[in-house]
Design a protein around this ligand. Structure first.
Ligand code: GDP
Length: 295
């Protein structure tokens, strides 16, 4: 995760290290390299521009220019501004209010929705909740089977749609069934398409109407970089999302999506998927991520 970015940033800072006082030109040179490192990591260009401007303003201040360990001061500022760009604080799931409540997962096919539904169910079960897995993807029977298998391995019930039921109907009936069987959180896995289309968005709006979800989470593949950011924007405009889960992060050496989504969409990243196994789900904590980026 972030390996390329970490290496490039370390290169940028290495020239500052072991130096006495820094000149404005030294800082400019280092920040040009930071800027390039972020652009190469596929971070949105506006996010990069704002980030570098903020770091520069602070780095040219007294605390750095008069410091005897200026490189450390610059790195500290970059660290703090990274945390800010990533959203400051972790953004936990909103599970307040009467139960059963719904969490709806949306996203393109192959993004990792079904796997993530099971990961979330495991996460919530371990915190003493009674999750209910709901397969509302009628176009891909294999997805329903996949969720059933995952539910079984977790020892959790899975709502099974009947032939002829529409996804909004499935979602509504699943909420009724959840209440009747004492489940407190329904995790609804919706259909994904290969690209965003009107019909998909209309279906999601109807599912939203039927379940009044506390959370609508976009599941997006981190490896797709700025496409994941654009996806977050598009889904948010069409149905309104409450957050993002970025999957396949363990294979993402650059980190462009992770660093851009919050700043571009205003929506928090809530979790990271870091592998195919069900335990490979991490709470997204900006300070921890910033530590990892700086190596
Ligand atoms: P869906 O079409 O969105 O429901 O996607 P799936 O849940 O079927 O996942 C598609 C593929 O991505 C599967 O092979 C999953 O095992 C894999 N996958 C999901 N999340 C992750 C992750 O965080 N890391 C990795 N490496 N693979 C993942």
């Amino acid at each position: 995760m972030f390996e390329n970015l970490t290496e490039r940033l370390n290169q940028a800072f290495s020239r500052l290290k072991g130096r006495g006082k820094l000149s404005e030109a030294d800082i400019d040179r280092a920040l040009r390299e930071v800027r390039l490192a972020l652009l190469e990591a596929d971070v949105n260009y506006r996010v990069v521009k704002d980030f570098v401007a903020r770091v520069k303003e602070r780095a040219l201040g007294q605390e750095v220019m008069e410091s005897l360990t200026p490189a450390q001061q610059v790195i500290k500022i970059v660290h703090e501004e990274l945390i800010r760009t990533l959203g400051d604080k972790a953004s936990p799931l909103d599970l307040s209010g009467p139960t059963p409540l719904a969490i709806v997962l949306v996203g393109l096919q192959g993004s990792g929705k079904t796997t993530t539904a099971a990961k979330l169910a495991r996460f919530l079960k371990r915190r003493g909740r009674n999750p209910y897995l709901v397969a509302a993807d009628i176009y891909r029977p294999a997805a329903i089977e996949q969720l059933k298998t995952l539910g079984q391995s977790l020892g959790l019930p899975v709502f099974e749609p009947q032939p002829g039921q529409s996804p909004p109907e499935i979602a509504r009936l699943a909420m009724v069934q959840a209440k009747a069987t004492g489940r407190d959180i329904a995790i609804i896995d919706t259909a994904g398409r290969l690209h965003i289309d009107e019909a998909l968005m209309e279906e999601l709006k109807a599912i939203k109407e039927a379940t009044s979800p506390k959370e609508i989470l976009l599941v997006a593949d981190a490896m797709t970089g700025q496409d994941a950011v654009n996806m977050a924007k598009a889904f948010d405009e069409a149905v309104g999302i409450t957050g993002v889960i970025l999957t396949k992060m363990e294979g993402d050496a650059r980190g462009g999506a992770a660093l851009s989504i919050r700043a571009v969409t205003g929506k928090p990243i809530k979790f990271l998927g870091t592998g195919e196994k069900l335990e490979a789900l991490e709470i997204f904590a900006p300070d921890r991520i910033a530590n990892r980026i700086l190596g």
